[in-house]
Design a protein around this ligand. Structure first.
Ligand code: NAD
Length: 422
């Protein structure tokens, strides 16, 4: 996409993603025509989703499914339910999936989906009707060999089970491989729920080993105590780190001596939030991000560290468990400050790696032990981190630019080998 086209995008995540790709492409001397092709989503589907509310009224929601690039395999990516979701955001997230699958070298392209809704305002029955009708609408383009959804923000194994059931009904037999992140009872993989947080911690261990950071002495702050963030925090605690601050959408908490995460999780289960946890002091999101700590894990939403606050960041390592938490301009500031940023397309790839394992197990009807899943995940994350770290060192670029260079090269190669049908 040209500079002119890019400047027309109003979504900051899309602008940042396009800019990161341009940066890596310039470094590689990628053909401008190929760059244009790789910046454009292949297919964008917008659907309207009518549902009957519990009170009898009819309501219409909007949904999207975007397939960014499928040169290396079926499209793969999560579905989020969020009131602020837009088509441009979903395009950006689908592109991140293309690059993520390529950087960890799994045979998928990128996709993403969303329903514009606030799930907290819907009953369980309404959520089920919304999910099933959305599935009907996107059934045109999803399928185990075409495009395989997974959980993302505000979606979970139950939502995947409804998608699998609705899709299967249309074919007349069960098609578990149409989604990943399913309940174990329906063909889900052991270890999938924890995979994003676990994979993120594997990359942190590698980064710490290379920068001489002793994890047993390290302090950690985690923004977003959801699936990715709470699991990453727990594994870091297991490794001996002191997790001093965590937050969720309702606020943050700080205890310089280290939070007891088991107690924090119990508190959150009881009250729905970490805010107000008694053994800590309250903290704003801004304060959490700028804490003096060794490791910062943004695990909430995009655009949390921008040009406005990048100068305040004091962490030594940032591991992006969330997608796009750092804007492209903030990235430069952090690089100049010598902060090691493990980019999202690498740091949070554990989720899609174990989704791939789930898909493979489902197709073969042969299921692995938890140890096997974790060992394979570790191998994949460690070797991908090593490739990115070594290229960054050779080329004197950030880990993000190096990760994009590896991903772009793999996708470009697949596109070129298949040939462009013009
Ligand atoms: P989740 O819904 O389980 O958790 C999100 C958490 O962030 C919640 O605790 C929420 O309260 C909190 N949050 C929301 N807005 C916040 C704010 N402004 N400040 C602080 N906290 C806030 O979602 P998740 O699955 O953990 O996803 C989190 C991020 O990780 C997203 O960017 C998602 O795309 C990314 N991700 C998730 C997976 C996965 O497998 N779950 C895989 C790859 C990437």
């Amino acid at each position: 996409m040209s500079e002119e086209n890019r400047s027309q995008k109003s979504n900051p995540l899309l602008n940042s993603t396009l800019m990161q790709v341009e940066r890596a492409a310039a470094r590689m001397g990628l053909d401008p025509g190929m760059l244009k092709l790789l910046q454009e989503p292949k297919r964008c589907l917008t659907v309207s989703i009518p549902i009957r509310r519990d009170n009898g009224t009819l309501d219409i929601f909007q949904g999207f499914r975007v397939q960014h690039n499928v040169a290396r395999g079926p499209a793969k990516g999560g579905i989020r339910f969020h009131q602020d979701a837009t088509l441009e955001e979903v395009i950006a997230l689908s592109a991140l999936m293309t690059w993520k699958c390529a950087v960890v070298n799994i045979p998928y392209g990128g996709a993403k989906g969303a329903i514009v809704c606030n799930p907290k305002e819907l009953s369980l029955a309404e959520l089920e009707r919304l999910t099933r009708r959305y599935t009907m609408e996107i059934s045109l383009i999803i399928g185990p060999e075409k495009d395989i959804p997974a959980p993302d923000v505000n979606t979970n194994p139950q939502v995947m089970a409804w998608i699998m059931d609705t899709y299967s009904m249309q074919l007349g037999y069960s098609v578990p491989a149409v989604v990943t992140g399913k309940p174990i009872e329906l063909g889900g993989s052991l270890g999938r729920n924890e995979a994003t947080g676990r994979g993120c911690v594997y990359t942190i261990e590698e980064a710490a080993a290379r920068t001489g950071l002793d994890l047993k002495q390290a302090t950690v702050a985690v923004q977003g105590f959801g699936n990715a963030g709470s699991v990453a925090a727990t594994y870091l605690e297991d490794l001996g780190c002191r997790v001093i601050a965590v937050s969720d959408s309702r606020g943050g908490i700080l205890n310089e001596n280290g939070l007891n995460l088991t107690a924090v999780k119990e508190f959150k289960t009881r009250t729905g939030t970490v805010a107000g946890y008694p053994e800590a002091t309250p903290l704003t999101q801004e304060e959490l991000l700028s804490l003096a700590c060794d490791i910062l894990v943004p695990a909430a939403l995009e655009n949390q560290i921008t040009a406005a606050n990048a100068g305040d960041i004091r962490a030594k390592i940032i591991a992006e468990a969330a997608n796009g938490p750092i804007s492209a301009d903030a990235d430069e500031t952090l690089y100049e400050k010598g902060i090691l940023v493990i980019p999202d397309i690498l740091a949070n790839a554990g989720g899609v790696v174990v989704s791939y394992f789930e898909w493979v197990q489902g197709i073969q009807h042969f299921f692995w032990s938890q140890d096997e899943v974790n060992n394979q995940l570790r191998q994949r994350m460690v070797s991908s981190f090593r490739d990115v770290y070594e290229l960054a060192g050779r080329e004197h670029v950030s880990l993000r630019t190096a990760a994009y260079m590896i991903a772009l090269e793999r996708v470009e190669k697949a596109v070129s080998l298949r040939g462009i049908f013009v």
